[in-house]
Design a protein around this ligand. Structure first.
Ligand SMILES: Nc1ncnc2c1ncn2[C@@H]1O[C@H](COP(=O)(O)OP(=O)(O)OP(=O)(O)O)[C@@H](O)[C@H]1O
Ligand SMILES: [Mg+2]
Length: 276
């Protein structure tokens, strides 16, 4: 087995062909827990292992688009226009990033109107599934970067997804609201999307020097058991730095421990069979 990087998960084989995609919703209604950072960097790491990856920016703040170097404010067509279109064509909005194999479907502030506009749609929870359908055979992984809310857009992401990754900041209130999130996932499983599973819980912004962080980690592992990824993401300013550079850390500072951690996460996800 070729482990490399002195770490625990095997180096994934390059796939011989692409698709169909595993759709992963990056989800936590708590703000600032690392959803966007994880979407961007896990996607870039998976692309580095030869996967074709699409990041769907599903947050009106457009942070995933910006973090991947796309100025979404200037775009006429975005995820929003396709969500409300009579005949959506996601290929019209997908942009290649500077990372080979990594594409993004950008969003901007217009997406904030979707939540209200979709209320009267037929099958309003299935709009994102419908938008993604034409390209699911072309990608190996589609990561949907959700906004910090459990509203209709997030329900759309959970309905389209095969799996959910829940990033949790390793800090005092990390578990607050997680029960609500799990309830919402179970409701979507029950009513709209029986295939949905939690692919994993990811501890982010970990500072193991503090007793407090270690306590939170123990608590999260107690609650979620094997669902918690062995890989943890440490707290480091390289992430905000990479955001300003509008690049994934895996290309901005490929040898930084933060980049290694996201490569490990990609390997762990593949080793778990939760990604092609
Ligand atoms: N491991 C980390 N160490 C230090 N800073 C981090 C780390 N991960 C993310 N950050 C920074 O924390 C802030 C919030 O991260 P991020 O935007 O990924 O969270 P989010 O869950 O997507 O937030 P929101 O809910 O607002 O969409 C950003 O400035 C990001 O650069
Ligand atoms: Mg975000």
């Amino acid at each position: 087995m070729n482990l490399g990087e002195g770490e625990a998960f095997p180096l994934p084989k390059e796939p011989e062909s692409h698709g169909p995609a595993r759709i992963i919703a990056m989800c936590n209604q708590k703000g600032g827990v690392g959803k966007t950072t994880t979407s961007i960097n896990l996607a870039a790491a998976l692309a580095g292992y030869g996967r074709k990856v699409l990041v769907v920016d599903f947050d009106p703040q457009g942070a995933a688009s910006a973090g991947l170097g796309i100025n979404a404010m200037a775009l006429e067509r975005t995820v929003y226009s396709e969500m409300i279109a009579a005949k959506p064509d996601i290929r019209e909005i997908i942009v290649h990033t500077s990372v080979p194999g990594l594409d993004v479907a950008p969003a901007n502030i217009e997406l904030s109107a979707a939540e209200i506009q979709l209320i009267n749609e037929v099958a309003r929870e299935q709009c994102l599934s419908r938008v993604l359908r034409p390209v699911t055979d072309e990608y190996d992984v589609i990561i949907v970067d959700c906004q910090p809310s459990l509203g209709l857009l997030t329900v759309n992401a959970l309905t389209a997804a095969h799996g959910v990754i829940i990033p949790l900041g390793a800090e005092f209130f990390a578990m607050r609201g997680v029960a609500l999130l799990v309830d919402q996932i179970e409701r979507v499983q029950d009513r709209l999307n029986p295939r949905l599973v939690i692919d994993g819980v990811l501890l982010t912004m970990v500072d193991t020097r503090t007793i407090h962080a270690r306590e939170v980690i123990d608590l999260v592992r107690e609650r979620f058991g094997k669902k918690v990824f062995e890989t943890q993401i440490s707290r480091t300013v390289k992430f905000p730095d990479a955001t300003i550079a509008a690049e994934p850390i895996t290309t901005y500072a490929p040898n930084h421990p933060g980049a290694k951690a996201y490569r490990q996460l990609a390997r762990e996800l593949i080793a778990r069979g939760a990604s092609a």
